[in-house]
Write a protein that binds this ligand. Structure first.
Ligand SMILES: [Zn+2]
Ligand SMILES: [Zn+2]
Ligand SMILES: [Zn+2]
Length: 243
């Protein structure tokens, strides 16, 4: 077995990605990294984009993007609209209706986002109430420059936050878990319909997230979803009170 990075025969421990690449484990965190958005081994031989001439980017701290993921970043208002339409289309068959007339979506660079002190997430949803305490509108902010599937995953999560406010549903500790179900619907769609390895990688990250709210909370709600089915699940969570 040949190493995709150095070309040598692999004799010791190695890393294997889903794209047919193998690499000696010794390269990890040395001169080779794994793409945080698709799981691909990042190197001149495995992730070079002929479009940009780049094979990878160091986004921030432990975040890396390969050249392939960097080929078509979501940046423009037109691209955001296409992503929003796609997300709404994917979630519609589940009986989830989000009122988008009251939601504005903006993007922000990683640099600015983290400067604002948001290091744990890639998007935010600000929800505003009127003087009577009823839902008024939402402002969603998503990191820009990320690949389409990832952007849609984050956007779906934030749209589910807005949905909870629109329907006046309080889920307490299960809020983030519920919003991650929105992300999972998007990733499931690309996994099943496009046989997307990227979607499978991101879904796996979601399923294995060790975080109490984003991971455990998600898995608990998913168990309920499997037990009740979509229609009854949505009816059931409306009865939740700060669980
Ligand atoms: Zn090697
Ligand atoms: Zn990638
Ligand atoms: Zn959230």
């Amino acid at each position: 077995m040949k190493c995709s990075v150095c070309g040598g025969i692999i004799t010791g421990p190695y890393y294997k990605d889903d794209y047919g690449n193998f690499a000696c484990a010794c390269h990890l965190n040395d001169n080779m990294f794994i793409c945080s958005y698709c799981g691909r081994i990042i190197s001149a031989k495995t992730s070079m984009s002929h479009k940009t001439g780049l094979y990878g980017y160091h986004v921030k701290k432990n975040l890396y993007m390969c050249g392939i993921c960097g080929e078509n970043p979501v940046l423009t208002t037109k691209q955001i609209k296409v992503c929003l339409d796609k997300v709404l289309k994917i979630i519609r068959p589940y009986g989830i209706k989000i009122e988008t007339e009251t939601i504005s979506i903006d993007t922000i660079s990683y640099k600015k986002f983290y400067k604002l002190g948001h290091s744990a997430t890639n998007g935010l949803c600000y929800n505003f109430l009127d003087a009577k305490g009823n839902y008024s509108y939402s402002k969603i902010v998503v990191i820009n420059g990320v690949p389409t599937i990832y952007f849609e995953e984050v956007l779906a999560h934030e749209l589910f936050h807005a949905l909870l406010y629109q329907k006046n549903i309080v889920l307490g500790n299960h809020t983030e878990g519920f919003c991650n179900i929105g992300s999972a619907i998007i990733l499931d769609y690309y996994n099943i319909n496009n046989n997307s390895k990227q979607a499978r990688f991101l879904l796996n990250n979601l399923e294995k997230n060790p975080d109490l709210l984003y991971g455990k909370g998600y898995r608990e709600l998913k168990t309920l979803l499997i037990k009740y089915g979509w229609k009854d699940f949505l009816a059931y969570i409306k009865t939740f009170k700060n669980i």
